[in-house]
Design a protein around this ligand. Structure first.
Ligand SMILES: Nc1nc2c(ncn2[C@@H]2O[C@H](COP(=O)(O)OP(=O)(O)OP(=O)(O)O)[C@@H](O)[C@H]2O)c(=O)[nH]1
Ligand SMILES: [Mg+2]
Length: 444
């Protein structure tokens, strides 16, 4: 079943495999020509009509899976779909496992692994940024760049190994190949790929926006404003928030997780609970992709908050001056500049809502800037493989610069190439494929 279960206008059931045509014909009758639609009655073995709908035939190898594929488009009724599935199984089909269509597409060479995973990322995409990164990876650009780099490494390895193994051969140059420049080129290319992959992996994970500041500054009020829900308790009593309160929100192109924290009293917590709350706030602040320091308008930032702003660089931070309804200041936003390009300032009132829209727009710009317009939808395993490739490439580079260590360079390049091969699926293990495709929804 290719469409979600439940009631809907249309439900699509797909059959793929060497016997797909015969199985579909048993249920839908004579099939139309390739990629043409025909209206048919769907019948069970006893000849009872289960539903009416369209039939489409995609002969292999030019189909999604690379095999013969037939699509039955019936009414979006759970009962009709169940009956059609049963009739197809009676005719010789079996239910598909999660991601099995895409796995077959990969095994039949229709997609590389990065594209197969981009299909899952596209289905999961909840924001525009995530959608764009998935579409970019789906074109195969990510996989081509990785394979291209691996191919160049293989070429260089071949030349190095020829020099080492067949020094007498007249086709092999007598001089050791000059490795430094080429390996440096590989490093630059790997860095560029890694940057785009890390940006994409972040898109999928969502970004962590942490609110910290002195007690009573209005952090919880601001979290409620930004998320549009009364997620955190607000009170005039200082020290209201003790635990970290998490709330999901969409900021511009990205998923975000907003974290509200206990107020920081510059190290002078009153009791054990408050001290633990402050400790948790500091841990959260240290992991912030975007830090919001909330203070009362007109108040000075204490030493700890100033230090946190510095530590946040180059990741962005915003000093939110709250409660402007009390000071009479205007709502506004000023971008970071001068010695602190990463620190913007906003003037708001969480109470009246003044400046909240301006703050939200400012945050969207910061988030979009951090999202990377050229990101590829990527998974943690891609980042891990690139990290391994990077470590080996560092070894290759050190050996290449040193000179006379051709053997070491060739071996490091081999490992690097293998790590890259895991990304696109040139090197694949059954366990890895299982893990990747079991994360898909059934029917894709
Ligand atoms: N006048 C005014 N009051 C505000 C504003 N924002 C919050 N308050 C009030 O300030 C008090 C503290 O607000 P909270 O949101 O609980 O502050 P907090 O920073 O989460 O405080 P702790 O959790 O104790 O650290 C409450 O009485 C709020 O109603 C504002 O923009 N203007
Ligand atoms: Mg609070």
């Amino acid at each position: 079943m290719a469409t979600p279960s439940g009631q809907g206008g249309v439900a699509v059931v797909r059959v793929s495999g060497p016997r797909a045509l015969a199985v579909a014909e048993a249920v839908a009758g004579p099939l139309p020509g390739p990629r043409e639609a025909a209206l048919r009655g769907f019948r069970d073995r006893g000849g009872e009509t289960l539903d009416h709908g369209l039939v489409l035939v995609f002969p292999g190898p030019a189909s999604y899976t690379g095999e013969d594929v037939v699509e039955l488009q019936g009414h979006g009724s759970p009962a009709a779909v169940a009956a059609i599935l049963e009739a197809l199984c009676a005719a010789g089909a079996r239910p598909a496992g999660p991601g099995e269509f895409t796995e077959r597409a990969f095994l039949n060479g229709r997609l590389d692994l990065t594209q197969a995973e981009a299909v899952a990322s596209l289905i999961e995409a909840e924001t525009d940024g995530a959608r764009r990164a998935a579409v970019r990876a789906l074109t195969g650009e990510f996989g081509r760049r990785v394979n291209g780099l691996a191919d160049r490494m293989m070429d260089l390895r071949a030349r190095v190994e020829a020099f080492l193994d067949f020094p007498e051969d007249e086709d092999v140059p007598a001089e050791a190949p000059e490795l430094g420049t080429e390996v440096r080129g590989f490093c630059a290319e790997l860095n560029e790929i890694r940057r785009r992959v890390v940006a994409g992996a972040r898109l999928g994970e969502g970004m962590r926006v942490v609110l910290i500041g002195p007690p009573n500054a209005g952090k919880s009020s601001l979290l409620n404003r930004l998320s549009g829900e009364e997620a955190a308790i607000v009170s005039a009593q200082a020290g209201t928030t003790r635990d970290v309160v998490r709330q999901r929100a969409v900021i511009g192109p990205r998923q975000a997780e907003l974290l509200d924290t206990a107020g920081l009293r510059d190290g002078a917590e009153k009791d054990e609970i408050e001290a633990e709350g402050a400790r948790r706030a500091r841990v959260a602040a240290g992991q912030a992709d975007l830090l919001l320091i909330v203070v009362e308008a007109g108040a000075k930032l204490d030493g700890e908050l100033e230090a946190r702003l510095e530590a946040q660089a180059p990741r962005p931070a915003v000093v939110v001056r709250n409660k402007i309804d009390q000071t009479g200041e205007e709502p506004g936003w000023v971008d970071g500049a001068g010695s602190r390009p990463h620190v913007s300032t906003a003037w708001v009132s969480a109470h009246s809502g003044a400046g909240i829209e301006v703050l939200r727009n400012g945050l969207e710009t910061l988030v979009a800037g951090a999202a990377g317009e050229d990101a590829w939808a990527a998974r943690r395993r891609h980042v891990e493989a690139l990290d391994r490739a990077d470590r080996d490439l560092q070894i290759a580079q050190a050996a290449a610069e040193h000179g006379g260590q051709e053997e070491l360079v060739a071996e490091a390049l081999r490992r690097c190439q293998e790590a890259l091969g895991e990304i696109t699926g040139r090197v694949s293990h059954e366990a890895l494929l299982d893990r990747i495709f079991s994360g898909f929804c059934i029917g894709k």
